[in-house]
Design a protein. Structure first.
Length: 165
């Protein structure tokens, strides 16, 4: 049994149990069977490098999850709520170019998904060749790509690099 298989199996089982909302014997059995099948079929494609598997990356993933959920999301939701409850508050929506400096598809995907899941921003296009995200931003503060990166994606990239690159 390879490390790739084992790591993917554990991740999938945890996700299965979280989604099912229980740890009854049937949940454990069905989750294990499903995770074994998917891990056997996909582990060599999903986990490209066994050298990158390890506790430090898992720690950064957990830190990122809590930082994203309890800091970034809360701030973004409060900002959008403020705009909804104060219609006189000016907004300046637009699409901005945001450069990124990430190596793997996984880290770019994590960053793009994090931006999209945060209220007030949506990634509308990705230029992988030039490493650019095009983001619809509810209140454009600048059109300078470097400044946009600082406002929108810098924190996401920091964690994505530590987790995947």
């Amino acid at each position: 049994m390879s490390r790739r298989f084992l790591v993917l199996f554990i991740i999938l089982l945890i996700i299965y149990l979280a989604i099912s909302g229980g740890i009854s014997p049937i949940d454990l059995l069905l989750g294990s069977i499903t995770s074994i099948i998917v891990s056997a079929l996909l582990s060599r494609y999903v986990i490209k490098s066994e050298e990158k598997l390890g506790i430090p990356r898992l720690v950064f993933l957990i830190k990122y999850f809590f930082h994203y959920l309890f800091v970034i999301e809360v701030k973004a939701h409060l900002n959008v709520m403020k705009r909804i409850l104060s219609p006189s508050l000016p907004i300046n929506p637009g699409i901005v170019e945001v450069p990124y400096d990430l190596e793997s598809d996984y880290s770019a995907t994590l960053t793009a998904n994090s931006i999209t899941n945060t209220p007030g921003t949506v990634v509308v296009s990705i230029d992988q060749d030039n490493k650019r995200l095009y983001v619809h931003w509810i209140d454009v503060k600048t059109i300078d790509p470097i400044e946009c990166r600082r406002y929108i994606s810098e924190t996401f990239e920091k964690y994505a690099k530590k987790i995947f690159d």
